[in-house]
Design a binder for this molecule. Structure first.
Ligand SMILES: C[S@@+](CC[C@H](N)C(=O)[O-])C[C@H]1O[C@@H](n2cnc3c(N)ncnc32)[C@H](O)[C@@H]1O
Length: 231
């Protein structure tokens, strides 16, 4: 199937940050301040959830979930089950606290590194540019975790191989960045919010040799760390 541009996003008027400001009040000030750059906007989370959840109980993994904004919104809007993995302990604590305060049960938050996660336990995957802070000088969440270009390559290759091993028809949604973590056996089926949000579907078998030849486009610059464009 070819690439299509969807007409179904909210217009600029409804795509304001007011709903984000309201939602973000659930977080402590330090985490709230990071939201416009690092956490998925409400309107984007709603669209991503709709693209990922194709049947009741679809299990979705948010790779690098931060304080859980995508998972919490998606769980409140769909019949899916959402799990977030996050390496920063304060963000996982904030995600768990927010789930309690919002009384959202269909979420699970795991403190850990994506390298430790069994991807086979999930049906679909969401990525908001989780690894890019490893390769740029500016825009870091904090200094609490090791960051390096080597780790960028390690995490990106790991996720690419894991996604490659999933069944045909597996869905992945990526937000911002160059989607270096999506292997070539996935086709971009639709784009939303300009081309910031992309739905990918696995259509072919994974080719490890082909992936090893791929040049990671993120090394050449990214527009991953900016608020979503207004339309
Ligand atoms: C851009 S934020 C996105 C947060 C969330 N997915 C959202 O959309 O609101 C990326 C997150 O990935 C986390 N992350 C980066 N590398 C990771 C790794 N190897 N394992 C687990 N989490 C990671 C970062 O700490 C950060 O919180």
């Amino acid at each position: 199937m070819g690439l299509t541009n969807s007409e179904d996003e909210p217009d600029e008027k409804s795509f304001t940050s007011v709903e984000d400001e309201k939602f973000d009040l659930i977080y402590p000030a330090k985490i709230r301040k990071l939201s416009s750059i690092f956490w998925t906007p409400v309107a984007v989370a709603a669209k991503a959830a709709e693209l990922l959840v194709t049947a009741p109980d679809t299990g979705v993994l948010d790779i690098g979930c931060g304080p859980g904004k995508f998972c919490l919104l998606a769980a409140s809007l769909t019949d899916g089950r959402f799990t977030g993995v996050e390496q920063r302990s304060d963000l996982i604590a904030a995600a768990k606290q927010a789930a309690i305060e919002l009384e959202i049960a269909e979420v699970e938050f795991i403190h850990g590194n994506v390298l430790e996660i069994d991807f086979a336990a999930y049906d679909a995957f969401y990525l908001f540019n989780p690894f890019e802070e490893n390769i740029f000088q500016g825009n870091k969440i904090d200094r609490a975790v090791p960051l390096s270009p080597g780790l960028f390559k390690k995490y990106t290759s790991h996720v690419s191989a894991q996604l490659g091993a999933r069944a045909i028809d597996t869905r992945v949604v990526s937000y911002m960045g160059y989607a270096d973590d999506i292997p070539s056996c996935y086709t971009c089926e639709s784009t939303h919010f300009g081309d910031d949000l992309k739905l990918w579907i696995k259509e072919r078998e994974y080719d490890a040799e082909l992936e090893s030849l791929k040049v990671l486009r993120s090394y050449h610059g990214s527009r991953g760390w900016s608020p979503p464009r207004k339309r």
